[in-house]
Ligand binder design. Structure first.
Ligand SMILES: *Cc1c(COP(=O)(O)O)cnc(C)c1O
Length: 366
């Protein structure tokens, strides 16, 4: 067996240790005589798996007591609808658009606003700047009476990341953040947010699962037409198990949380992510063969898009990379070029192998 260095943006590489443990436990979980996929979600074995996963996630992120963790389905995209259904409550919400994902969230909220008897405003956008940087404070038009302000703190496609909590827009309203592609990549202050959500397939586990961390006072405001399954309060009251939850995905997420703790927690994980992203950015910036066009203060540590200055070499670059065991480097079609997604599970050696390949490719083709 040869495992490649997989630079996929999502579903993305998982820690090898997690996959090995899941393989070992596939047929018989801890002497239960069956695997996790085959056990009742209400039995004591699975209950212990969920409780451990919640405790570990809470410890990793330092989640305050007045927040609830939900393990839901439908990915981050379903949250684009579920958030206005639960939080708009006939009022108005502000949206910041800094890339493809926040634009989609804004579009879905707009689509639903009328039916929800509310309004949705664009409170700032970097679209005309090509989504290559964070919003500047003077570009914001915030409504202090908004029910919430939605933003995406890591734009997976454009490689733009907001890390500095001082740069979070402050209108005195709950912040709702799509952290799908950088959650658990470093410590954060959860109390800065009203609601955090993350599709699992980047830094947590299998696709389909979405983790929602929501402040308790934001529960119980769903619009009357909200389906029961989509009501955060109902899901919180039922421990995310109103119906059968995605049990195997939750189990894998739990193994990933344990793995992160074994790495030394999120401060240690962040140090590793700094080293990995610096290695690639420093190489890109010193090169006249490749380039990354994102403003330096806005660059993502997780998703690093880059271009070959001669786009005619793109296919040869990708073919050579695949042959060298470096896969899924093709950039999103809306941006072109390449993208290296280097989530928590990507080891430093994988980024080093990529840089070595890129240096060699440029020497042969420059
Ligand atoms: C991948 C991604 C999504 C969509 O996730 P799905 O699980 O496919 O719905 C939303 N937002 C961000 C920032 C993402 O990276």
């Amino acid at each position: 067996m040869t495992r490649v260095y997989n630079f996929s943006a999502g579903p993305a590489a998982l820690p090898e240790a997690v996959l090995r443990q899941a393989a070992e436990e596939m047929l018989d979980w801890h002497g239960a005589g069956c695997g996790v996929m085959e056990m009742s979600h209400r039995g004591k074995e699975f209950t212990s798996i969920v409780e451990q996963a919640e405790a570990d996630l809470s410890e990793l992120l330092g989640i305050p007591d007045n927040y609830r963790m939900l393990f839901l389905q439908g990915g981050a995209t379903q949250q684009f609808a579920q958030i206005p259904m639960n939080l708009l409550a006939g009022g108005s919400a502000d949206y910041l658009v800094t890339g493809t994902w926040s634009k989609k969230a804004y579009g879905e909220a707009k689509h639903l606003a009328g039916a929800l008897g509310g309004a949705v405003r664009l409170a700032g956008s970097t679209e005309t700047a090509g989504f290559t940087r964070l919003l500047r404070p003077d570009e914001l038009d915030l409504d202090p009476r908004a029910r919430y302000l939605h933003l995406c703190t890591n734009e997976t496609i454009h490689g733009v990341e907001l890390r500095d909590a001082n740069l979070l827009p402050d209108a005195g309203v709950p912040l709702v953040a799509d952290m799908s592609s950088h959650i658990l990549s470093r410590p954060i202050d959860v109390s800065c947010y009203g609601l955090i959500y993350a599709g699992a397939q980047k830094n947590i586990g299998p696709s389909g699962l979405v983790v929602v961390i929501v402040r308790e006072d934001l529960l119980g405001h769903a619009a009357p037409m909200t389906p029961t399954m989509m009501d955060y309060r109902v899901m919180a009251e039922n421990g995310s198990m109103l119906n059968t939850p995605p049990t195997y995905a939750i189990y894998i997420a739990g193994l990933v949380f344990r793995w992160l703790k074994a790495q030394g927690g999120l401060a240690a994980v962040e140090a590793n992510n700094v080293a990995k992203s610096n290695l690639l950015y420093d190489f890109l910036d010193a090169s006249d063969f490749y380039e990354n066009r994102v403003a330096h203060d806005s660059r993502s540590r997780m998703n690093i898009p880059f271009l070959l200055r001669d786009a005619a070499l793109n296919d040869a670059f990708l073919a050579g990379a695949t042959a060298a065991g470096l896969t899924q480097l093709k950039g999103h079609k809306s941006v072109g070029g390449m993208r290296a997604s280097i989530y928590n599970a990507m080891p430093l050696a994988g980024v080093q192998a990529l840089v070595d390949y890129m240096r060699d490719f440029s020497a042969r083709n420059g």
